[in-house]
Write a protein that binds this ligand. Structure first.
Ligand code: DP6
Length: 362
């Protein structure tokens, strides 16, 4: 039986507590992938495993208010606001997400649901919010399920269900459920790994990574010309798909060792290769496209020059966008700050760091 069948069966079997109204509120962070998820199949399943560090400052705070409907209903009654204002585009996406999981969470039909969400980072920063947004929402759904059914025996069960639900909203969101570091995707390197949800990977990493800094150099805050969803789909018939999966397997093996032993140099080589491979895959898709700009490349060159000349272990990575994530150990904060201050004054910077993961506020 697949995990979905198991969850659906459980959802049908349960008799619930009598809950007329319930409020859940979670603040959940974004994450930065060290090994990138790029390409998916089936229902939000990755073509390769990915590993990420969980951030702290870039987070979404989501409150879900559930009020039981008077009679039976098959409709989804949702109002969604963003920073207190109506947000029809987000509302549409959330509604179709909720529609896609009503077999897993049948209670969605029984309640009027009002969601209010806000991001701790400026919308204009060009930071993807799907990881923090869907993880916060999935945690709130999981809270409601637990309130109704009290079926999630422990924190592990709770996180697994939330990660599973988050993945169905946005792949990278399933990794944000865990503090410090997460691993998503079946690999022979980790027995309990699976494509269905992410697992906590914080136990296996050196202290240097637990306090790692991520300074995000904002290159552009404009709308992306090609969405991540489209990019994932372009991997289906990509000429380098096979080689990409081989590369990931090699990177995973070495990254696992580097994270455990604190091998910053190998860590840095891998994250930079992952970022450049990700963007090379975009450029060599059919049609090919660029999300990096000339400024992204200038910054990458400056980072490498600074690293060489000052012997400071700071390394870049990029998500599906032009912004540069500069990762470095806390103990190198001072020289890296000086370097960042020496950059173009029109480069906005968001300073973040590895964090403890989502926090329940209500
Ligand atoms: C480049 O998780 O945004 O950031 O599943 O379609 O929502 P969907 O995609 P998304 O893709 C993230 C891609 C990435 C790499 C990563 O985070 O692993």
């Amino acid at each position: 039986m697949s995990l979905r069948e198991k969850y659906v069966k459980a959802a049908r079997r349960q008799s619930s507590n009598n809950v007329d109204s319930f409020t859940s509120r979670w603040k959940s962070p974004s994450n930065i992938a060290l090994i990138k998820y790029w390409g998916k199949h089936g229902n939000q399943l990755p073509i390769n495993p990915s590993v990420s560090l969980t951030l702290s400052e870039c987070a979404t705070d989501t409150t879900c208010q559930w009020v039981r409907k008077k009679g039976p209903s098959n409709a989804i009654d949702l109002t969604f606001s963003f920073h207190g204002n109506p947000a029809p585009t987000f509302e549409k996406r959330i509604k179709s997400y909720l529609e896609s999981i009503t077999d897993l969470c049948p209670f969605i039909h029984d309640y009027n649901l009002a969601i209010d969400s806000s991001n701790s980072f400026p919308h204009s920063a060009g930071i993807a919010s799907s990881a923090s947004g869907f993880s916060a929402l999935a945690l709130s759904l999981t809270s409601m399920e637990d309130e109704l059914y009290e079926d999630l025996d422990d924190d592990d069960d709770y996180r697994t269900k939330a990660s599973y639900l988050a993945r169905l909203g946005s792949g990278s969101a399933c990794r944000s459920i865990y503090g410090k570091a997460a691993w998503w995707g079946k690999s022979h390197l980790i027995e309990e790994s699976t494509d269905e949800y992410a697992i906590d990977f914080s136990g296996d990493i050196h202290d240097d990574f637990k306090s790692m800094r991520d300074s995000i150099l904002i290159v552009s805050s404009g709308e992306k010309p090609v969405s991540s969803s489209r990019g994932h789909h372009l991997m289906e018939f990509h000429p380098y798909r096979h080689d990409r999966i081989e590369q990931v397997n090699l990177h995973l093996k070495d990254m696992k060792v580097a994270l455990r032993t604190g091998d910053l140099e190998r860590f840095g080589q891998i994250i930079e290769q992952e970022a450049l491979s990700l963007h090379a895959l975009m450029m060599t898709s059919t049609p090919g496209y660029f999300l990096v700009t000339g400024k992204s490349i200038d910054l990458i060159n400056s980072i490498r020059a600074f690293r060489e000349s000052e012997s400071v272990p700071c390394y870049f990575t990029l998500d599906a966008g032009p912004n540069i994530h500069l990762l470095y150990p806390k103990k190198f904060e001072n020289p890296v700050m000086e370097f960042i201050e020496s950059l173009d004054s029109d480069t906005d910077v968001l300073h973040d760091q590895v964090g403890v993961g989502p926090v329940q506020l209500k």
